[in-house]
Design a protein around this ligand. Structure first.
Ligand SMILES: CC(C)(COP(=O)(O)OP(=O)(O)OC[C@H]1O[C@@H](n2cnc3c(N)ncnc32)[C@H](O)[C@@H]1OP(=O)(O)O)[C@@H](O)C(=O)NCCC(=O)NCCS
Length: 104
């Protein structure tokens, strides 16, 4: 996997991240006439506890993934992911929720 950690990437206990995942915490200004190469915006990524990120997911800057969430293989995660939800797709959307009784 590849982590651009310059903006801060935090991973909670018991989480697992599959191969070929990319987590980005740095981006470039694209408003206000910003020059990409001369701007560097830090936006931390926070992965909660007991999260499962499938192969080849891309987590974009500033995203928080809640506890017990699952990110499907190949998902591009552009927005925060609520705890106990499964997201998939491009851009990722909720495909199901996880009931508390399956989380031990
Ligand atoms: C996200 C995931 C956990 C969902 O599993 P699930 O709940 O059993 O999902 P289902 O197979 O029942 O699929 C439910 C729907 O979501 C879709 N879907 C499932 N995974 C998807 C994915 N990664 N991207 C896009 N859509 C996906 C299915 O096509 C299905 O759509 P439909 O209802 O229109 O047919 C699983 O598909 C996945 O991506 N696992 C990651 C595996 C991996 O990366 N392993 C590496 C080692 S850890």
């Amino acid at each position: 996997m590849h982590i651009w950690g310059g903006g801060g990437v935090y991973v909670g206990d018991d989480s697992m991240i599959a191969a070929h995942t990319t987590i980005t915490s740095v981006t470039h200004e694209l408003r206000n006439g910003g020059l990409y190469r001369k701007t560097r915006l830090k936006k931390p990524v926070v992965i909660g506890k007991n999260v499962w990120i499938g192969s080849g997911a891309i987590i974009l800057p500033g995203v928080t993934v809640g506890d017990n969430a699952v990110v499907g293989a190949g998902a591009v995660v552009t927005r925060n992911v609520d705890s106990n939800t499964v997201v998939a797709g491009v851009p990722s959307k909720v495909i199901r929720t996880i009931s508390a009784d399956v989380i031990t």
